[in-house]
Write a protein that binds this ligand. Structure first.
Ligand code: SF4
Ligand code: SF4
Length: 366
């Protein structure tokens, strides 16, 4: 089953409204702070003769202005409770929240199933202004299925990934079973997976997979020269470098004219094994080594910190922002944070990686 989240395309830039609102809030916060600071001076100048009109003594001065500051800082967003929402529980195709959302581009997206309409609403937090119209029109009683509050954005995202996991658990487990089978297959098959992970940096995984398939079909992967391999790396970025990495890695793991990888992979400590891969496979960093280990069924304790995963981690507040570069120390630090987050949302680390990937791309891949 393939699920995608559909957004209407248009000139409207996602997140622009939220950014505008934050700028607006920041500006008014500044004005209110200046006003508070000036109140005693204004009192001294204008209300010395009429102290009962004093701004610092009035209700506005004492309560309203201080109260409005935190109110201005609150970012409210809608969140759908999928255990109550009518389309989600299969009761009706309500979608009143979507029809009534006033945001250009619509802050209520709908999930699609393999290109067909799947009619289940999903709040897009980067578009939602928190106006509350969806909550007002929601017919579910006594508690509405969509609510607007300040913590809803993070809750909505957590519910979103939990829902993806719940609905795709079987598919995710089937993928893990496939990975374990690859890990138990021949040295040649494991080497092909290793080459797939050599090719993925800055390239689409689908293109890397297609290139590996072609290399195998044309009997080039295990014996071909760098130039021959290079010819089949269509759609893979930096094909010259990557062809050369494949040949160097093949040479490193060839013994008596045979590729031998299984012995190398016998190491039980996954972190030691990952470090050894980084040292032994040309083109591998921690991300590529983790990817390879996950694809041969050894990924339960390690994270593949590619840009999709980092984007999701930032969106869930696990990391403050996507780092421009990641050294070893940073990688391990983010990996630890992702593990803690996986515990909090009760999704195994390797499954969380798949869920994040799905959330970003709309499909599962290896
Ligand atoms: S209006 Fe309420 S019940 Fe209807 S689709 Fe939206 S959240 Fe679900
Ligand atoms: S709160 Fe307003 S902007 Fe957000 S989804 Fe509901 S109707 Fe749309």
């Amino acid at each position: 089953m393939k699920l995608t989240l559909k957004r209407k395309k248009g000139k409207f830039k996602p997140g622009a409204l939220v950014h505008a609102r934050r700028t607006f809030q920041g500006f008014f916060l500044f004005l209110f702070i200046v006003l508070l600071w000036l109140l005693p001076s204004v009192d001294r100048i204008f209300f010395t003769a009429n102290p009962h009109l004093s701004l610092t003594a009035s209700a506005a001065g004492r309560f309203f202005i201080p109260a409005i500051i935190p109110a201005l800082l609150i970012i409210v967003t809608a969140a759908i409770d999928t255990s109550k929402c009518l389309p989600w529980i299969g009761d009706s195709q309500c979608l009143q929240c979507r029809y009534n959302c006033p945001v250009p581009g619509n802050a209520v997206g709908i999930l699609q199933k393999e290109g067909h309409i799947f009619l289940r609403p999903e709040i897009l937090p980067d578009l939602c202004m928190g106006c509350g119209r969806c909550q007002n029109v929601c017919p579910v009683r006594p508690h509405r299925a969509v609510k607007v509050d300040s913590s809803a954005a993070q809750r909505s995202k957590k519910m979103h990934i939990k829902e993806i996991y719940r609905k795709n658990k079987k598919e995710i487990e089937r993928r893990f079973e496939e990975f374990r089978r690859t890990g138990c297959s021949s040295d040649k098959e494991i080497f092909a997976e290793m080459c797939f992970c050599i090719m993925t940096p800055q390239s689409k995984a689908v293109a890397a997979e297609a290139a590996v398939k072609k290399l195998k079909e044309n009997s080039v992967l295990y014996t071909g020269s760098k130039e021959k391999i290079r010819q089949y790396l269509r759609g893979v970025r930096f094909p010259n470098n990557k062809a050369s990495y494949i040949v160097r890695t093949r040479d490193a793991f060839t013994d008596c004219a045979k590729i031998r990888l299984k012995k190398f992979l016998e190491e039980k400590d996954i972190y030691i094994l990952r470090d050894r891969l980084v040292k032994s496979v040309t083109g591998y960093g921690l991300k590529e080594a983790s990817h390879f280990l996950r694809n041969i069924g050894k990924g339960s304790e390690i994270a593949i910190l590619d840009r999709h995963i980092l984007k999701e981690l930032a969106a869930h507040g696990v990391i403050k922002k996507i780092p421009e570069s990641i050294d070893r120390k940073k990688y391990i630090e983010i990996e630890k944070k992702m593990k803690e987050f996986a515990c909090r949302v009760e999704i195994p680390l390797d499954a969380l990686d798949m869920v994040f990937w799905f959330s970003e791309t709309g499909y599962f891949f290896k």
